[in-house]
Design a binder for this molecule. Structure first.
Ligand SMILES: Nc1ncnc2c1ncn2[C@@H]1O[C@H](COP(=O)(O)OP(=O)(O)OP(=O)(O)O)[C@@H](O)[C@H]1O
Length: 227
């Protein structure tokens, strides 16, 4: 089987201007992620993990270099094209779930599809399907405040995956959970990566979690160093 590139970084650089100085955070960084890959990125505070993840997701521009989703250089798209592509290509999971408080788990998960103009019945069916997959078939009608922390993160995972993205970016996805719940959610992430073939990039401070990924990197001196 030939592996297809899902995400590539070519000579990626990011420097921030702070007063008269330019602070270089990412330096000539290269990365290739193929279908179904799961990589973890660890690094000291301030090493640039969030900066990198924001560029991988097209939320922040690099100073120079390219980020490709498949073959598409995302920074050659205009804002509207990038937003449309992001909606179908990419899922995000953050440390805090960012679920909408007024909506049920089912509605929160269906939301990205409804925004993408999928018919309501199809969106709800897809949302139920993925909620079942993350073990929440008994929680469709619960609002975020009526869920546990681990359940809320499962809903956030389901929402990121409902559109069958090629790539999911996870920023400290279990950083806000107690140890036992974090382990549960980490096992679920491993299972979803295996079963769905979605590529995952996980930024974490948790070295045990990082070690479960198929490729492990440390972000240091602006570059990804394979472990
Ligand atoms: N908008 C900005 N302007 C100037 N400097 C910035 C800006 N955003 C980030 N930085 C600097 O870039 C560096 C990397 O920040 P970043 O948030 O990417 O690190 P991180 O590895 O995610 O850190 P943490 O683990 O603490 O969240 C830091 O030194 C930070 O001060």
């Amino acid at each position: 089987m030939t592996s297809k590139a899902v995400l590539s970084c070519i000579d990626l650089n990011k420097a921030y201007k702070v007063g008269p100085e330019s602070v270089s955070v990412i330096q000539d960084l290269q990365l290739q992620l193929n279908e179904g890959d799961w990589i973890s990125i660890v690094g000291a505070s301030g090493s640039g993990k969030t900066t990198l993840l924001n560029m991988l997701g097209g939320l922040d521009d690099p100073s120079t270099g390219s980020v490709l989703w498949g073959e598409q250089d995302i920074f050659k798209l205009n804002r509207k094209q990038l937003d449309a592509l992001r909606n179908q290509y990419l899922g995000f999971v953050y440390q805090f779930h960012h679920l909408l408080a007024e909506f049920t788990a089912l509605e929160n998960v269906a939301m990205p599809l409804l925004i993408g103009r999928t018919k309501q019945a199809d969106a709800l069916a897809a949302a139920k399907n993925i909620l079942d997959k993350v073990g929440l078939s008994h929680r469709y009608d619960h609002k975020p405040a009526e869920l546990s922390g681990g359940e809320r993160q499962r809903v956030a995972l389901a929402r990121a995956l409902v559109g069958k993205p090629k790539l999911v970016l996870l920023d400290e996805p279990t950083g806000n959970l107690d140890e036992h719940t974090a382990q549960d959610v980490q096992s679920l992430i491993a299972e979803l990566n295996r079963d769905l073939g979605t590529a995952f990039v996980v930024v974490t401070h948790d070295l045990t979690f990082a070690a479960k990924a198929s490729q492990q990197y440390v972000l240091m001196n602006g570059q990804l160093q394979a472990q």
